[in-house]
Design a protein around this ligand. Structure first.
Ligand code: CA
Length: 233
């Protein structure tokens, strides 16, 4: 079913590479492995993959440099595979244009889920008119939000914040990206205004704001909403 979908894996750890390759082939993907950054860049041009899985720790090139070269000419989504789990690194990666990241060790199910999310985003850029997850529904065109069928009232800023995350659901948005999108580049970047608004949103939509179901915190990185259950147009 996925046989036309090409995935380029740039990973020098041959065990991990063959683990991913086997799993992806079993799921019907077409896989091209590369073991160095330069080989990966070359194959990214010649095979034109639908997704690139990029390991950060490569023998010949720094992962960030590889990512930057890819961003220079390729629109292919990049999922970074990283042994580093520092929050600063994650922020740097997302700001450098990575579409998502997986921290080692990860399971096949998680890898597949991330790939499916990115592929769905590729198929169509036409946003769905409705966001739905569990009991939450956002009707973008009518600017209305429902929780278990009851309408929820948000302030203008809260609404923009929630819809920004919903429109990018399944994707971590960094604090800086959100601050920029909602308040512009000139606001003092201490995130306090963002945290206050997020707390208000959670009070209105989460059953238990300390265990959110709709807006997840990626500690030190940003926020993420679960993927939209409504298929894209
Ligand atoms: Ca490596």
């Amino acid at each position: 079913m996925n046989s036309d979908t090409g995935i380029l894996i740039i990973e020098d750890d041959r065990n991990l590479c063959s683990f991913m390759t086997t799993g992806l082939i079993d799921n019907g993907y077409h896989v091209t492995p590369a073991f160095t950054g330069s080989e990966g860049l070359r194959l990214a041009t010649s095979t034109n993959p639908d997704i690139i899985l990029l390991d950060l720790g490569l023998p010949d090139m720094d992962g960030f440099d590889t990512l930057k070269s890819l961003q220079g000419w390729s629109k292919t989504p990049v999922i970074v595979i990283s042994a580093r789990s520092g929050e600063e690194d994650k922020v740097r990666l997302l700001d450098a244009g990575a579409d998502d990241y997986l921290t080692k060790p990860f399971g096949l199910a998680e890898l597949m889920a991330r790939i499916r999310t990115r592929l769905r985003r590729n198929i169509s850029d036409t946003p769905s008119p409705v966001y739905r997850a569990l009991d939450l529904e956002i009707q973008f065109d009518k600017r209305r939000i429902f929780l278990c069928g009851e309408e929820i009232h948000l302030t203008q800023v809260e609404y923009r914040l929630l819809t920004l995350l919903a429109e990018n659901s399944g994707h971590v948005l960094t604090y800086e990206f959100i601050m920029n999108a909602i308040w512009g580049p000139y606001i003092e970047n201490d995130n306090r205004i963002l945290r206050v608004n997020m707390a208000n949103i959670r009070r209105k939509i989460e059953k238990d704001p300390s265990h959110p179901q709709y807006v997840f915190t990626e500690a030190g990185v940003g926020y993420r909403m679960p993927e939209n259950e409504t298929p894209k147009l």
